[in-house]
Design a protein around this ligand. Sequence first.
Ligand SMILES: C[S@@+](CC[C@H](N)C(=O)[O-])C[C@H]1O[C@@H](n2cnc3c(N)ncnc32)[C@H](O)[C@@H]1O
Length: 245
Amino acid sequence: MGKLYSDLAVVYEAMYATFIDYLEEYNFYSKIINRYNKKNLLEIGSGTGNLASYFVKKSFDYQGLDFSKEMIAIAKAKVPNCKFIEGDMRNFKLEKPIQSIIMTGRTISYLVTNEDVKSTFLTVNKNLEKGGVFCFDFIDAYRFIPEIFNEKRITHKATYNNINYMRKSIWELNLESGMDVQWTSKYYKEVKNEWIEIGEDHANVRTFLKSELEIFLTINGFAIKDIIERKSYFFPTYVIVAEKK
Ligand SMILES: C[S@@+](CC[C@H](N)C(=O)[O-])C[C@H]1O[C@@H](n2cnc3c(N)ncnc32)[C@H](O)[C@@H]1O
């Protein structure tokens, strides 16, 4: 993984709070959890705690898990009365099995090998109660790969606490082992009418086909309940809802 969730965690917090409507995210995911009548949940890749703050405010029994201690530090400062676990989604063990697990913001993109996907789905399965719900989003390869086939450059701007930020991204196809995308981004802050570079990030992110995730879920003990098309601030995505068999 690159620097976005470590050295640049503060910049992530500043920019994504303006790209993503977390209240809308909360409404979307809480509706699913309520529909299946689940009372407690774990969010994998809980980031800077933006969803956590809504779940805790609405009295859900919520806990977060993230790989990055920098992201967790921001989340803990934002939602002090909440449990955040520093851990790896490919291998973690909760104190006791839980009723639902969500993974949002296309966090699954960081599982670049099939072995990573398999160990994550197995770990999620082990940490869920029977009948527990696993819900996550992913970048749809079928729609995204043709979009960036000839390289795509995009600039995002955000204003947070009266500071202007800018990110210049380059998306390039990487077909070495799957349908991956090499994402290079430079981050800037406006100081006295000038854009000053504050960091650079390189990440290999994976896109998925619906059918391969259906296979991964089925062979790791899940039944697919729903696949929902959903547009994010930039990516064409689907959300899958699966149940532990
Ligand atoms: C795209 S961000 C999404 C954060 C948050 N869900 C949001 O929407 O703002 C991905 C998050 O996943 C975390 N992450 C990446 N790989 C991980 C792993 N193997 N285990 C746990 N967390 C991981 C990163 O540290 C980061 O906080």
